[in-house]
Design a protein around this ligand. Structure first.
Ligand code: ADP
Ligand code: ADP
Ligand code: MG
Length: 480
């Protein structure tokens, strides 16, 4: 039966979801706020509902989004990632309004969104994790607790916001002085960003790899995993490049990590798609970090190596279907990498370049290439949203072939207007440690040569920009 599904998001992920909804023969309803008037997801959807002037507050307004879903007669709501995706109040509001929330149950989101509670659940299930504290007590008592923890385990220590996410709310602390000064700062930042000033400590895992597992669970107790992803290449604890599967040679270890992720899903009564994140130290010990209760930006790499459409599966499972495949049907084939092409200046600490107009947009194509974007030539990037322009996902048989293809695609890509991460990635694909799969979360700091490149346009880029300029002049003769 065909139903209406409201897509409570914007940008590339809204398009990704709308496509899956339409492929299933359902009706896709977009929502938008005023800065997104020119956005493609509005045109791609079958219907669209304007939420308000925004910016950002309307996409985050639970009442307005739920009212929009009710107004159009939607059966289900897909939250995407970011915005309300991991807000248990939103999931609950959907449930209460009789809407199917495409994700886990609101109480599961609530438990797992709290990193301290998630750690407790996982500890009970026997899942390995780094030593850490509960929520620090308020005021001086909390500081005393922190100093006692430091005495016992030594520095460095991570001070983390209990409700943190997106790489925000994490500080690495090196000594007692810094600890004393940082706790109140971290609290006030966490209050502002997550409306929750609770913080806790975790021992730092030195130069770890970030390895995560895609899991999918139906509403009838079946859980499968789609293998690992390595997301170690990060800036400011935020992912830039993601690879599936992890390039670690020890298959038995990877299998163990995946099995542990399935146990984590079972221990938390997980349903729908999710990601279990781990840190892996130099001695190949792995530790639970958190579960993200939503579709991830980097789900594309898992799709490319398994052939499984995760978003399609999410929708079908949420509508009550059983998983039609078992663990034995999931086969990992070859390699895939996703590079986040952001409107940012890598040479200026990845400063966002929002507010600029994309004057030239020419994307690569061909075998093994997938693009998940939402910008087009002439599109003015709203300043108020994140800087992701397009995800370049490339698959290949071997790692070597995959990186060769990646380099070719990056060379073919021309984006003018904002500065982007493309020239930085062109350095990355030629860097020997990257080519050898030898990197951890300190990779950017230990490879400063990645930040040396010419900002001069190539001849091809210059030509493309000139042609775009001529077209613009012809179409807008009175523009100054
Ligand atoms: P978020 O919710 O913001 O994603 P995470 O807890 O998943 O936060 O951590 C994000 C990143 O921060 C990790 O990928 C890793 O690079 C770093 N990190 C977090 N905890 C630790 C730790 N205990 N030791 C070392 N690095 C950590
Ligand atoms: P369909 O709509 O064709 O009946 P589903 O939508 O139920 O298939 O499947 C959801 C996702 O799971 C799709 O991406 C599909 O490719 C994948 N899938 C379906 N069957 C299998 C199988 N036997 N083994 C592995 N993956 C499968
Ligand atoms: Mg995380």
């Amino acid at each position: 039966m065909s139903v209406k599904i409201l897509v409570a998001n914007r940008g590339e992920i809204a398009l990704r979801i709308i496509r899956a909804v339409q492929e299933l023969g359902h009706t896709a309803v977009a929502v938008f706020e005023t800065p997104d008037n020119d956005a493609l997801h509005i045109r791609a959807a079958d219907e669209a509902v304007w939420l308000g002037d925004g910016p950002r507050c309307d996409y985050l307004n639970i009442d307005k989004v739920v009212a929009a879903a009710q107004k159009v007669g939607a059966t289900a709501v897909h939250p995407g990632y970011g915005f309300l995706a991991e807000n248990p109040k939103f999931a609950k509001a959907c449930e209460d309004a009789g809407l199917i929330f495409i994700g886990p149950k609101s109480e599961v989101i609530e438990q797992l969104g709290n990193k301290v509670v998630a750690r407790e659940i996982m500890a009970k299930a026997g899942i390995p994790m780094v030593p850490g504290t509960e929520n620090l007590l308020a005021g001086d008592e909390g500081v005393a607790e922190a100093l006692a923890f430091a005495d016992r385990y030594g520095y460095p220590i991570m001070l983390k916001a209990t409700s943190g996410g997106g790489g925000r709310g994490i500080r690495r602390i090196e000594n007692n002085e810094e600890m004393v000064a940082s706790i109140p700062l971290a609290r006030s930042e966490a209050r502002a960003a997550f409306n929750d000033d609770r913080v806790y400590l975790e021992k730092v895992v030195l130069t770890p790899k970030h390895v995560e597992v895609q899991i999918i669970a139906d509403n009838y107790g079946k859980v499968v995993h789609l293998g690992t992803r390595d997301c170690s290449i990060q800036r400011r604890n935020q992912k830039l490049v993601e690879i599936a599967p992890s390039l670690i040679k020890d298959q038995a270890l990877l299998d163990k990590i995946c099995e542990t992720a399935v146990v984590a899903a079972q221990a938390s009564n997980y349903t729908n798609a999710g990601t279990v994140e781990f840190l892996l130290d130099k001695d190949m010990n792995f530790y639970f970090m958190e579960i993200n209760t939503r579709i991830q930006v980097e789900h594309t790499v898992s799709e490319m190596i398994t052939g499984i459409d995760i978003v399609r599966t999410q929708i079908k499972l949420a509508l009550g279907k059983k998983l039609v495949f078992g663990q034995e049907d999931v086969h990992l084939r070859g390699h895939a990498v996703e590079m986040r092409i952001n409107a940012e200046d890598p040479l200026n600490n990845f400063m966002p370049e929002g507010g600029k107009t994309v004057s030239v947009y020419r994307s690569p194509g061909g075998y093994g290439v997938r693009l998940d974007g939402f910008v087009y030539q002439g599109y003015k990037i709203p300043e108020v949203y994140d800087s992701l322009l397009v995800k370049l996902t490339v698959a290949g048989y071997s790692w070597n072939e995959t990186v060769d293809r990646l380099r070719r695609c990056l060379t073919n890509f021309v984006i003018a207007g904002p500065k982007t991460t493309i020239p930085f990635y062109l350095n990355l694909v030629d860097e020997p440690d990257f080519r050898n799969g030898d990197f951890d979360t300190s990779y950017l700091e230990t490879h400063p040569q990645l930040f040396t490149y010419s900002t001069e346009d190539s001849e091809v880029d210059k030509m493309a920009k000139l042609i775009a300029e001529i077209h613009y002049r012809q179409e807008n003769p009175y523009a100054i």
